[in-house]
Design a protein around this ligand. Structure first.
Ligand code: FAD
Length: 465
C-alpha cells in the first residue's frame, strides 16, 4: 500500500480568481493550499482595483449629483473634500471585504501561506516567505491565478508625481492639473474621480477614440456629458518624453509644439500578465507571445495538472471573468466535467455616466458583415430618465437577423452596469426581441428601456413615456 501523503491542490494568487478557485475546491472536498505574496487576500480587485475605485467613484457621483440637483431646486453649499476621511472610507470598504475572505478561508480549512511562489519543477513550488526563509510546497494539481500588473511607460522618469492606478487610488493629493495617460476603462474611471474632486484633467490616448473598441455613439454620449468637466483630450497621440522638475512634470505629447506641465501624471496604459515571473518553463507551462498562459476550455495549461485563470490567462482582464474561470478550474481539478462555456462577458466603465456593453457591438457587426438589426431606445423618451436628469442616456440592442436572437447590447447612463445583467441573461438564454419585449418591466424604471428597445426592434409602437 502506498503510504505517501497525497499532495494538496495549490492555488497561487489570492485575488478574485484564486480565492474563488480555492473556496470552490475546498467545498468540493479537496485539500487546498492558497499562496499569496501580499499580507491581505483579495488581489488587485479588492485591494487596489475594483473596490477602492468604486468607493471613490461613489463619492464622486454623489458630489456631481448634488451639483446637478440645483436644477431641481435642491441647492447645497460648495462640497468640501476631506481627503483624510475619504481615504479612510475607501480603506474601510476594502478592509471589510479582505477580512471577510480570511474568515471564509478559515471556515473552509484552506491553508493560506503568505509568500511568493515559483515553480521548481512540475510537482513542486518554492515559496519565498516574508522572513527570508524558503518553503518547499508539493502539489498534486496547481491553479495559477497570479493576475496582472500595470505597464510602466519607458518614456516616463521615476518620480512620486508619476503614478499608476495603485498610486492614484491612494489619493496622494488633489492635483490642480492631472494628466491621465490612457483613455481605457481604468483611465476614465480615475479621470472621473479626480475631475469630481476638482482637478483639471487632461487625457491622452494613442487610439483615435476614448474607450477603443466601444461603439462611437456610446462614447459620444459620454464625451458630450464630460466635455464641461474635463480639460483637453488628445486622441491619436502619445507621450514622447517627460521631465520631472520643481514646477511639475513637463510632458511632451506627439504632435504638440509645447510641453504641458502637470502636478500629477497617471499611467493607465494597460496591464501585463504576471505569469512570466513564475518559472513556468520548469513546469512545462506554455505562454503566448504576450505572456498569457495558454489554456483550454477546462482552464488546463499545456501541463494538464496545472490550470491558469483570470488576468494571467488572457483578456478581458475583469474580475467576474476570473471568478468564473476559478470555479471551472476547481471543478475540473475535483473531477467534474466543467468547461468555460460563457457566450458573453460583460464590460462596464463605471464612469459618469456609466457605459456597459455585452456581446457583439455595432462596429463588430459591420466589420464582420454579419446581418444584424439594431434597436436604439433614447432615454429622452423615458419618463424615469427625464425625472432623474438622465435624458442623455441610451439603450441599444443588436439582434441576429437570421435567428432573431439578441446577440449584443449596450447601455449608457446612470446604473448601466447594474442593468446590463438582464442583457447577459437574455443572450445566454437565446432570447429574441419578443421574449424581451413581452417581459413586463417595472414602470417607471431605467431598466424598462431594455424592454422598450426590444419593442422597437419588433416594430411594435409603445405609448409609455
Ligand atoms: P489579481 O486580482 O491580480 O490577483 C493576483 C494575486 O496574485 C495578487 O494578489 C498577487 O499579489 C498574487 N501573486 C502574484 N504573483 C504571485 C506569486 N508568485 N506568488 C504568490 N502570489 C502571487 N475588474 C472588474 O471586473 N470590475 C472593475 O470594476 C474593475 N476595476 C478595476 C479598477 C482598477 C484600478 C484596476 C487596476 C483593475 C480593475 N479591474 C476591474 C480588473 C480586476 O481587478 C482584475 O481583472 C482582477 O483582479 C483579476 O483577478 P485575478 O484573480 O486574475 O488577479
Amino acid at each position: 500500500v502506498d503510504q505517501s501523503p497525497v499532495e494538496p491542490l495549490v492555488v497561487i494568487g489570492g485575488g478574485p480568481g484564486g480565492y474563488s478557485a480555492a473556496f470552490r475546491a475546498a467545498d468540493l472536498g479537496l485539500d487546498v493550499v492558497l499562496i499569496e505574496r501580499e499580507a491581505k487576500l483579495g488581489g488587485v480587485c479588492l485591494n487596489v482595483g475594483c473596490i477602492p475605485s468604486k468607493a471613490l467613484l461613489h463619492v464622486a457621483a454623489m458630489k456631481t449629483e448634488a451639483e446637478r440637483l440645483s436644477v431641481a431646486g435642491l441647492r447645497f453649499g460648495p462640497a468640501e473634500i476631506d481627503l483624510e476621511r475619504l481615504r479612510a472610507f475607501k480603506d474601510a470598504t476594502v478592509n471589510r471585504l479582505t477580512a471577510g475572505l480570511q474568515h471564509m478561508a478559515r471556515q473552509r480549512r484552506v491553508s493560506v501561506i503568505t509568500g511568493e511562489a515559483r515553480f521548481v519543477d512540475a510537482h513542486r513550488l518554492s515559496v519565498a516567505l516574508a522572513d527570508g526563509r524558503e518553503q518547499s510546497v508539493g502539489f498534486s494539481q496547481c491553479i495559477v491565478a497570479v493576475g496582472s500588473a500595470p505597464v510602466h511607460l519607458s518614456a516616463l522618469p521615476t518620480d512620486p508625481r508619476i503614478v499608476d492606478s495603485t498610486g492614484a487610488l491612494e489619493l496622494p493629493l488633489v492635483p490642480e492639473r492631472l494628466l491621465v495617460i490612457g483613455g481605457g476603462i481604468i483611465g476614465l474611471e480615475m479621470a472621473t474621480v479626480y475631475a469630481a474632486l476638482g482637478s483639471c484633467v487632461d487625457i491622452v490616448e494613442r487610439a483615435d477614440s476614448l474607450l477603443p473598441g466601444i461603439d462611437r455613439d456610446l462614447v459620444g454620449i459620454w464625451g458630450k456629458e464630460n466635455a464641461p468637466r474635463l480639460g483637453r483630450i488628445f486622441l491619436g497621440c502619445s507621450v514622447e518624453s517627460a521631465d520631472a522638475g520643481p514646477a511639475g512634470v513637463s510632458v511632451r505629447l506627439s504632435g504638440q509644439d509645447e510641453p504641458r506641465t502637470y502636478d500629477l501624471v497617471l499611467q493607465a496604459a494597460g496591464r501585463r500578465p504576471n505569469g512570466l515571473a513564475l518559472g513556468l518553463e520548469k513546469a512545462g507551462v506554455a505562454t503566448d507571445p504576450r505572456g498569457f498562459i495558454t489554456v483550454d476550455r477546462r482552464m488546463r495549461s499545456s501541463n494538464p495538472r496545472i490550470f491558469a485563470i483570470g488576468d494571467a490567462a488572457g483578456e478581458p482582464m475583469l474580475a467576474h471573468k476570473a471568478v468564473h474561470e476559478g470555479h471551472i478550474a476547481a471543478e475540473v481539478a475535483a473531477g467534474h466535467p466543467s468547461a468555460f462555456d460563457a457566450t458573453v462577458i460583460p464590460g462596464v466603465a463605471y464612469t459618469d455616466p456609466e457605459i456597459a456593453w455585452v456581446g457583439v457591438s455595432e462596429a463588430q457587426a459591420q466589420e464582420s458583415l454579419r446581418s444584424v438589426s439594431v434597436a436604439k431606445f433614447p432615454w429622452s423618451a423615458s419618463g424615469r430618465a427625464i425625472a432623474n436628469g438622465a435624458a442623455f442616456g441610451m439603450t441599444k440592442l443588436l439582434f441576429d437577423r437570421e435567428s432573431g436572437r439578441v446577440i449584443g447590447g449596450a447601455i449608457v447612463g446612470p446604473n448601466a452596469g447594474d442593468m446590463i445583467g438582464e442583457l447577459c441573461l437574455a443572450i445566454e438564454m437565446g432570447a429574441d426581441a419578443a421574449d424581451i419585449g413581452h417581459t413586463i418591466h417595472p414602470h417607471p424604471t431605467l431598466g424598462e428601456t431594455i424592454g422598450l428597445a426590444a419593442e422597437a426592434a419588433e416594430g411594435r409602437c409603445t405609448d409609455l413615456p
